[in-house]
Design a protein around this ligand. Structure first.
Ligand SMILES: C[S@@+](CC[C@H](N)C(=O)[O-])C[C@H]1O[C@@H](n2cnc3c(N)ncnc32)[C@H](O)[C@@H]1O
Length: 213
């Protein structure tokens, strides 16, 4: 078996999110409230009609339909590595392409996307520098990486530590680490805000990307 495959299959988070998938839209995260809250913060995303958007860690697709409307007539590719999450998303009849992808290792494409959005997903990527290098390659030069959470970084990190198990160490990095990893992957310095409106990071891909994953 290829070492990358072994690594992916060993990721206990896949089983963790597979188990959560059946009730994600019920007891875990209210899909209506998700869209209401993101809509309130829509200006910061600066999405435009015609853009190619990559949604990373789409889960059950709570936000995917809204993203499709925002970038139409552009297109959305929504990826997740949990087969059960992706199955739930695919069943909703959303006009996006859904793909089973591990962002830490699988090919996402080369210079294809204007925007890559990680909504409520980045802390869970087991190899974050590798994910960032992969995303840099998938973005067009000057393409935007956005990492968005409705809560503050310290709240998210405390929550994940409290849940423990497979996601107990799934933390949003501090600003210094973000800058280091993004620069290494070939992104320009990020804009980061972390406060009452939650956590938001924007970084543009430079003209050249960093090391290959
Ligand atoms: C907390 S859930 C959020 C899902 C969705 N964005 C939402 O807000 O409803 C995080 C998602 O990231 C996915 N994920 C975690 N690590 C991943 C990876 N390495 N590659 C792709 N997806 C991943 C999980 O399977 C899960 O569906």
């Amino acid at each position: 078996m290829h070492s990358k495959e072994r690594h992916t299959r060993a990721d206990a988070r896949i089983g963790f999110f597979d188990r959560l998938a059946h009730d994600w839209d019920g007891s875990e995260q209210d899909p209506v409230e998700t869209v209401v809250q993101v809509e309130r913060r829509a200006a910061r995303l600066e999405l435009r009609g015609g853009e190619r958007l990559l949604e990373v860690g789409c889960g059950t697709g709570q936000l995917t339909g809204w993203l499709v409307e925002r970038v139409a007539p552009g297109r959305v590719t929504a990826v997740d590595f949990s087969p059960e999450m992706l199955r739930k998303a695919s069943e909703k009849g959303i006009g996006a392409e859904f793909r089973l992808i591990d962002v830490c290792g699988d090919e996402l494409g080369r210079a294809e996307f204007d925007v890559a959005l990680c909504f409520h997903s980045f802390p869970h990527f087991r190899d974050k520098p590798a994910a960032l290098r992969n995303l840099a390659r998938a973005l067009k030069p000057r393409g935007r990486l956005m990492v968005m959470h409705l809560d503050r970084r310290d709240e998210i990190n405390e929550f994940h530590r409290g849940v423990g198990g497979a996601i107990g160490d799934d933390l949003l990095p501090d600003d210094d680490l973000w800058r280091e990893w993004l620069a290494e992957a070939g992104f320009d310095p990020p804009e980061i805000s972390d406060g009452g409106d939650g956590f938001f990071l924007l970084a543009r891909r430079g003209i050249r990307t960093g090391k290959a994953i």
